[in-house]
Design a protein around this ligand. Structure first.
Ligand SMILES: [Zn+2]
Length: 241
């Protein structure tokens, strides 16, 4: 069965964990310039990972312009880069002012559009804005990770050919489980956001199978079908279909 982890901080895993998850196709997002370099390095050794580079909205500070310049330079010189992320907006937990978050996010949207790369987005409490900026900059493919935004936006996500990902937290987070119910099958991907601990759940790539079990239960389809649907959505997200 094909397993997809569409949002994972692979660079933060211990070496033995990296080896343990070789059977899973992973979108390896970065948090800043330094982790972007590490992620690309790791992708040479671990062929199951797809390196994404970016600056997490929690890491936007006074040095962000310089860091962005370095990242752009890096992008020009690397062929391995498969996408842009984790980037985005967080109006609740980021210490960066909103105007600066919007400015940096828009720059990443423009890079993704210009280079024709998929975008992997953090949009906590800024779902609508994250969507508006992506569409107005013609970002070709977007994943709103651990989507807990308004149900009303799901249709817009689908109509734009964009995606959401479901986190193992759906086992205990009723809001997130509700999203599994409401979202159309053809916009759903699976993710771990690992390595991270959320309400005693150790989030890592081994949990993907459990999300598929929940999807299959909620959508009343077989586990095989759930896995196949997510795998096809992944190929669409990566613009390989
Ligand atoms: Zn993340």
């Amino acid at each position: 069965m094909k397993l997809i982890d569409a949002h994972c901080h692979f660079h933060a895993y211990q070496e033995e964990e990296c080896r343990k998850f070789k059977y899973i196709t992973i979108v390896a997002v970065s948090d800043d310039y330094k982790s972007s370099i590490k992620t690309c390095e790791l992708s040479k050794k671990f062929k199951n990972i797809n390196p994404f580079i970016g600056i997490h909205p929690w890491n936007i500070n006074n040095l962000v312009d310089e860091e962005l310049r370095l990242l752009k330079e890096f992008l020009e010189n690397q062929r391995c880069i498969a996408g842009i992320g984790e980037v985005g907006l967080d109006f609740k937990f980021s210490k960066a002012p909103i105007y600066l978050q919007l400015k940096i996010y828009e720059k990443f949207c423009k890079i993704a559009a210009e280079k024709n790369l998929p975008l992997n987005v953090h949009s906590y409490s800024a779902w609508k804005e994250a969507m508006i900026y992506a569409t107005r900059n013609d970002v070709p493919s977007v994943l709103f990770h651990w989507y807990n935004g308004p149900e009303g936006l799901l249709k817009e996500i689908k109509d734009n050919g964009y995606f959401i990902s479901i986190n193992p937290a759906c086992a205990i987070q009723s809001k997130h489980r509700n999203i599994v119910e409401k979202a159309s099958e053809d916009i759903i991907l699976t993710e771990s956001d690992g390595p991270y601990v959320y309400r005693n759940i150790h989030l890592n790539s081994s949990k993907i199978i459990q999300i598929l079990e929940i999807i299959s239960k909620v959508k009343k389809i077989s586990l095989e079908d759930a896995s196949q649907i997510v795998a096809t959505n992944y190929d669409r997200y990566m613009m390989r279909l």
